[in-house]
Design a protein around this ligand. Structure first.
Ligand code: SF4
Length: 72
């Protein structure tokens, strides 16, 4: 099931992507697993997606959705 672009999911994402070491700040939009990749250049310095409750709930595979785009 794809990740829904909801306010609740965005709020959860803010706690993870919102403090991510790989993203330039401010970063917008977040919730990359639902909305797609970031237009910003990503320097991979770590990814919090695997510890995110949205990731767990949807049993997502992979991480760095800011770079790779929507979760399948
Ligand atoms: S899995 Fe990653 S992109 Fe998706 S809500 Fe969690 S922190 Fe954000």
């Amino acid at each position: 099931m794809p990740v829904e672009d909801t306010k609740d999911n965005l709020n959860i994402c803010m706690d993870y992507c919102g403090t991510c070491p790989s993203l330039p700040f401010p970063t917008n939009p977040m919730l990359f697993c639902a909305r797609g990749s970031s237009p910003e250049k990503i320097e991979k310095k770590g990814c919090k997606c695997p510890t995110c409750p949205v990731h767990e709930k949807h049993k997502l595979k992979g991480f760095y959705f800011c770079d790779s785009g929507k979760a399948p």
